[in-house]
Design a protein around this ligand. Sequence first.
Ligand code: FMN
Length: 508
Amino acid sequence: MLRASFSTVARHAAQPRIQLSTAAAKAAPTIKVEVNNAGPSAAELKEERKETMTKAAAAKTSGKSGWQKFVSGVLDVIRPACAAVHTPVMKVLDAPSRRRVQKAASVEDLRIAAEKRMHAMCYGYLAGGADEEVALRRSVDCYKDVELRHAVLHGVGHGEVDPSTTILGHEAKLPFFVTSCAGQRMFHADGEVATAKAAEKHGVRMALSQLTTSTFEDVREAAPTSAKCLQLYVWRDRALLKEVLDRAKEVGFTSLALTADFSWVGNRERETKTGFTVPPSYSVQQCVDAARSPAWTFDFMSRVPYGYKAVPDADFPAESLVDFIAQQMKPEFDWKDAEWLCQEWGDTGPVALKGVARGEDAKRWLDIGGKVIWVSNHGGRQLESSVAPFDVLPEVRKAVGPDVEVIMDGGVRRGIDVVKALARGADSVACGRAYLYGLAAGGFEGVDKALTLLSKDVHLAMGLLGCRTVAELKARGPEFMLHKQNSSFVYDNGTGLQPYFGAPPSKI
Ligand SMILES: Cc1cc2nc3c(=O)[nH]c(=O)nc-3n(C[C@H](O)[C@H](O)[C@H](O)COP(=O)(O)O)c2cc1C
């Protein structure tokens, strides 16, 4: 069964009043939030933190209801037996999903396969957005507002298209990459390692989430070339964060992405509807949904419960650590924290600000020493009705000029979306759910399929447009992109986002 909820982490972060049972409340630890240079030594602080984590884990366990304790106890007992027969049983249980992955002709087919294989509450966590999902839908639909006027007789032959580019300081074979997404072992037991292997196979870059459920070492081993970027939040305990940074440098990460749009956490209604709880409540709904997704459930029951592997010394299952992590999230973090992070990372490599939706913020990031802008609305999971990244991209590009690296993510489900984003001003495009659906449907094979589909689309669209390189695509974008109007805002030839009152501009 489900071991932890990242949205619960999120919700706790948004609402510091953490709800624990009476027993848990008594044992609830006080999290150390500041580091006093004149105070205890680093080793002492580390010991203290370990103790805090241990207490938090114990509080979480003792806060479980009798029924929860009983079921999780039974699962612990039968786990070794499930593990012993995992391979033959999964061969049978996973056969339908494997077939769906093989037959998938689009990311949408992978989404359907993921929904069929996953426990409903985990699917809700993966696929859902904030509130009524207006931002999520707009982030997906906005690409359809742009039509492409293709050139003919352009003479570009098969094999002449080169979609390679540079992402966060490294050559990349493709102009899109797999972005940081939390808790991938919740979607498929092979988690981030499966994603990393598929990324490496395709020469696709990978950003790893700070809420990874696989270790840095395992991910880097699976993708020594691809997995070079670590995504971070600014945690309260700077000593802890510094340890994470030091480990990241040691392991070979060369760039950082500071996620700045997750300090307060969005309201994911879908999770309420699907009964997402952490730890699992083993309610009738959760048990029925587990029986309906036998491959996901058996896979989960037979594997070691996952943990938050970016947290040093945290040898606990993720469900025991959610309170600790939630309290580390710092809703009030600001530009000073961001500046501190850039300084700590030093000249190891570029630091991107992830979550930018305004030209002004992009410029300020450059002023404090940041190098890369990452336009994103967190996949429509945070601020409901937040502007689609694709819509705001021209404003951000205009603010920072042509020479600053700009990444964009949000709503990409096809290679043609990648091509449109590049033509609109992005240097590269990050994908979240597009590959997560593949992962959830079929582990490595599923991510492999998602990346194959996206890559094929990108090559084809560039060929049909007669663009040999990403540079050509970007330069010729304004010539071949036409804009239909579905949003109430338009990008008005260089003046930024304007309210839409009349006839839309025919060209962007
Ligand atoms: C299930 C899920 C988990 C995510 N976890 C993280 C995370 O840990 N850190 C982060 O910076 N962004 C996270 N994101 C946001 C993605 O990095 C990215 O901004 C977003 O998914 C892009 O939208 P798309 O899914 O439509 O491609 C998550 C998104 C999803 C769907």
